[in-house]
Design a protein around this ligand. Structure first.
Ligand SMILES: NC(=O)c1ccc[n+]([C@@H]2O[C@H](COP(=O)([O-])OP(=O)(O)OC[C@H]3O[C@@H](n4cnc5c(N)ncnc54)[C@H](O)[C@@H]3O)[C@@H](O)[C@H]2O)c1
Ligand SMILES: O=CCCC(=O)O
Length: 459
């Protein structure tokens, strides 16, 4: 697998990276394991939290430089890249400030004696990460695991090596010792070898269903725990009492942010029939007003897809959807005569259940519109999905919103806002969107030994 930086705005190759061989892999495993056995991991956690504080400060002070690396490498609009870097700094600070509280021993009342559960590190965690948030995905794994005392080895996506290398340098500059965080430019076979190694005790993957199934199966074959953050086909439901101006604007943003390449992007718009025409009209206006261009130009509102392959996949998906009866309301093809990976902001209607598009995740600026008569139909359609990641719901009736939120089968649901993320909120899904949680107190407890100690009456 090549590791290359190609600017998606013009498809110019910027740099190719040398891959790591098995000797490099062994060095990473030895360093990570030695660190896990050392006072760094087993001793006072303050030394680790200090590194996270420093990492947060470094990222906060270098937002512009880091954001530019993201935008050039995978095409994210510069303002969104800045937000990603700031979010990383917030996550590092959040765990620096809260990890001690999260990992303090928890007492249990028991007739057997004084009992508590303490939290200790377990060893090396192998992380496999995607390109769509090339710093944030790394921070979601690094921050809680560094705080907990686990060593992290990362295989990032082949199209974001500059981000991968830069993040490793940032962690090192913040004072993390050798072995705390190692980036490897390796193949899928090497990932499998690492997962097999006894020094590795956990596997975290964010990416596609296909990659998740392979990597989790490998982890399971060696009886190792994994967390999977996979794809989504999130709903964006608009009820008849919603503020339609607000919903249409938020919906457009929720579909096209990061050029639509977000796991929790709004993908299936489910609109109550009484407001469907009004919503579609306003939503379409927002799509038509989008301006494609250089992600580094702050007036651009729709950037390129991350790679030529991503553009090819999305183009095929829309063609296939149309062949199976979907109607193109607006957009519907790659932007003509452009050297970059641009796809038109697209709205599809008339998608029936026998259309493959009904169950597929479209990783790009393509919205699907469905119209329903009532809440029962809404819930049925929302839950008729193999995925269950996030979703959002627009209504003024909070009683109805609470009821619907409970009925919809997802790991996350936002009312009157697009899906969002924050260090203190658990992130993850159900069904084929994966299992386990990142961020918050739940995220830091995925890869720790929750060890019971009992001082019995005989002690
Ligand atoms: N739930 C979440 O938090 C979340 C976040 C971001 C992206 N995603 C999902 O990720 C997908 C898009 O990302 P992608 O196209 O880069 O996904 P991908 O699965 O192709 O790649 C993700 C990572 O897995 C690696 N990989 C792929 N197959 C592998 C294998 N067999 N063994 C080892 N490593 C392997 C890739 O090289 C990359 O590093 C979408 O489905 C999106 O919804 C989910
Ligand atoms: O693509 C997945 C991550 C998106 C998010 O955390 O907001």
């Amino acid at each position: 697998m090549p590791y290359q930086t190609i600017n998606p705005f013009n498809n110019k190759l910027i740099k190719e990276y040398q891959t790591h061989n098995d000797q490099h892999v062994e060095q990473a495993l030895s360093a990570g394991h030695a660190l896990y056995k050392s006072d760094w991991a087993q001793g006072d956690m303050q030394q680790r939290l200090k590194v996270l504080h420093k990492l947060s400060d470094i990222m906060s002070s270098r937002v512009e430089e880091l954001a530019k690396i993201v935008s050039v490498e995978m095409g994210k609009l510069i303002e969104q890249s800045r937000d990603e870097v700031k979010l990383c700094a917030e996550i590092a600070k959040y765990y620096a400030d809260n990890a001690e509280e999260f990992l303090k021993p928890v007492p249990y009342k028991s007739s057997l004696g004084e009992a508590w559960v303490e939290h200790s590190p377990i060893g090396i965690i192998m992380a496999v990460e995607p390109w769509n948030f090339p710093f944030y995905q790394l921070m979601r794994v690094l921050a809680p695991n560094l705080a907990a005392g686990n060593s992290v080895i990362v295989k990032h996506a082949g199209i974001v090596p500059h981000c991968a290398e830069t993040f490793e340098k940032l962690v090192s500059e913040a004072g993390a010792p050798k072995g705390a965080y190692t980036n490897l430019f390796i193949s899928q076979d090497q990932v499998a070898d690492i997962i097999e190694d006894d020094r590795v005790q956990g596997v975290a993957l964010t990416g596609s269903e296909k990659a998740g199934a392979v990597v989790a199966a490998k982890a399971a074959s060696k009886l190792k725990k994994s967390t999977l953050e996979l794809g989504g086909n999130d709903i964006f439901a608009v009820l008849e009492d919603a503020d339609i101006d607000h919903a249409a604007k938020a919906g457009a943003q929720a579909r096209v942010a990061n050029a639509g390449q977000v796991c929790t992007a709004a993908k299936r718009f489910i609109i109550h029939e009484k407001v469907a025409d009004e919503f579609l009209k306003k939503f379409t206006e927002h799509f038509k007003a989008l301006k494609i261009g250089d992600p580094l130009d702050s007036s651009t509102t729709l950037g390129p897809l991350s790679s030529a392959d991503a553009l090819k996949t999305l183009t095929k998906q829309v063609e296939q959807a149309v062949k199976n009866g979907a109607k193109v309301h607006v957009g519907g093809k790659a932007v003509a005569n452009n050297p970059g990976n641009f796809y038109e902001a697209t709205i599809l209607t008339h998608i029936t259940r026998d259309n493959p598009a009904y169950f597929e995740e479209f990783f790009g600026p393509v919205a699907q519109i469905y119209v329903v008569k009532n809440d029962e139909e809404l819930v049925k359609l929302a839950n008729d999905s193999n995925y269950g990641l996030g979703g959002s719901l627009f209504t003024k009736d909070m009683k109805r919103a609470r009821k619907l939120a409970t009925q919809i089968e997802t790991g996350m649901l936002y009312v009157n806002s697009p899906s969002d993320t924050a260090p203190e909120l658990p992130f993850g899904g159900v069904k084929r969107s994966g299992f386990g949680r990142e961020l918050s107190d739940l995220g830091i407890k995925e890869f720790v030994n929750q060890k019971l100690v009992v001082l019995t009456a005989k002690s």
